[in-house]
Design a binder for this molecule. Sequence first.
Ligand code: ADP
Ligand code: GLC
Length: 488
Amino acid sequence: MPSLQILMIASEAVPFAKTGGLGDVAGALPAALARLGCGVTLAVPRYRGVAGGTPLTRFPLTVGGRTLEVGFVEHPLADGARAVLVDCPELFDRPELYGVGNADYPDNAFRFAAFTRAALEFAARHDLHVDIVHAHDWQAGLAPVYVRTLYANHPELARAALVFTIHNLAYQGLFPPHWLPALDLGWDLFGIEGLEFWGKVSFLKAGVNFSDRLTTVSARYAKEIQTPEYGCGFDGILRRRADRLVGILNGIDTAVWDPATDPHLPEPYDADRLDRKRSSKRALLEAVELPSDDQALARPLVGMVSRLVEQKGFDLLEKLGERLLALDASFVLLGSGEPRFQDQWQALAARAPSRVAVRIGFDEPLAHLIEAGADLFLMPSRFEPCGLNQMYSLRYGTVPVVRATGGLDDTIVNWSPRTGRGTGFKFADTTPEALLAALRKALEVYRDPSAWRSIQLQGMACDYSWDASARHYEKVYENAIRARTKRP
Ligand code: ADP
Ligand code: GLC
């Protein structure tokens, strides 16, 4: 089979832009596919502050009667993989990716529809010989619809097989239906089998209904989203399309997340030099202005790097409140999100300034130092499609305490003193009490250095690199191509 040509469309990708795991995934998957011999063009918006690259072309693009001047700038990613940044300052030269604070930009429907259109138009004009259009999350959800409508007669794009990846079903790209004409979408698409979702247009539903194959980012989440509890209203649709849905666990970028080479750590370490992890702990305590004397170094340190939202279990932590302070542990939290959770953690830090440190914001170097310097990493998510931080933690010898859901359940093995096997601590119930019990158990085992070291080493031996996942995607692409040939 000749090498597959893939047009990947994602609203964020490292190193250009990132607000969460999608950025990590879209930044790493193209290179992993290229290592298998695929040719990948990744389209990403050119947001504010992204410089460099080679200008390829510019052309006017008309969307819903509005003409935009769009440029395309190439950045090589790896041999066989490149990013093409879609440059349209009036849409993307803004302070943030999706909105300021907790308010989305009011024209996000237009911004991401136009971005998707630009990506497809670029492929259409440049003879990319695209075999696969692979769109990620709601921002790119219209790609399969546009391929099947606006490009239905294009000699190449019309033949492309369509793959859509759900990174988070809770973000559905819902907009009032009056947007349809402004996005060149016909009213015939506004039906239950099309884009309509409870009276609104859903970009996510577009991706789900018009693609040949659907993937999500862990096997467990692929099952969960077919249930009413986790389906966010999509469970029925997904059950009907279950034969084309698969879960593929994300990999991690093992070059970026490697304690042996991480430039953000004071001293490198690995499984053979695990004692050196202590200098990261000291550096972290100093960086967040917690005491770093021997007593503080001996006390277990719980790290968190997260969006502060209910998905991540912050309401469970909120209910625990000061009960957390009764534990013999210190806490470092980095993140931003809902004001109520920011306030709660800042209040905890004010109450126990020697044991709780909070940094509100996005800080890549500090995220690395937390992964290295903490003893435990807490992810009490209500749902977690995949989750990357627990995999980074495993690699850094930082023991995850997680709720058994989605990718957290698929990647962490609960410690069993009986068998001596395990890489972390898991709890099942979505209750503050279950969370507290798991933390207590972890802190108890922490006092047994040989058990703790065994958990650390088992975690560090796990392999969650991208290669296996990329092979899985390649299979999905082949299946999508077969499905495409059967489509009318
Ligand atoms: P999600 O995409 O749901 O937010 P993931 O675990 O998949 O969760 O990915 C989150 C990614 O974003 C990780 O790479 C994590 O380190 C990073 N991240 C999240 N919040 C911050 C922050 N405040 N500062 C730096 N990195 C962050
Ligand atoms: C989403 C999910 C997260 C996943 C990430 C990358 O943001 O919330 O669990 O790891 O996408 O797939």
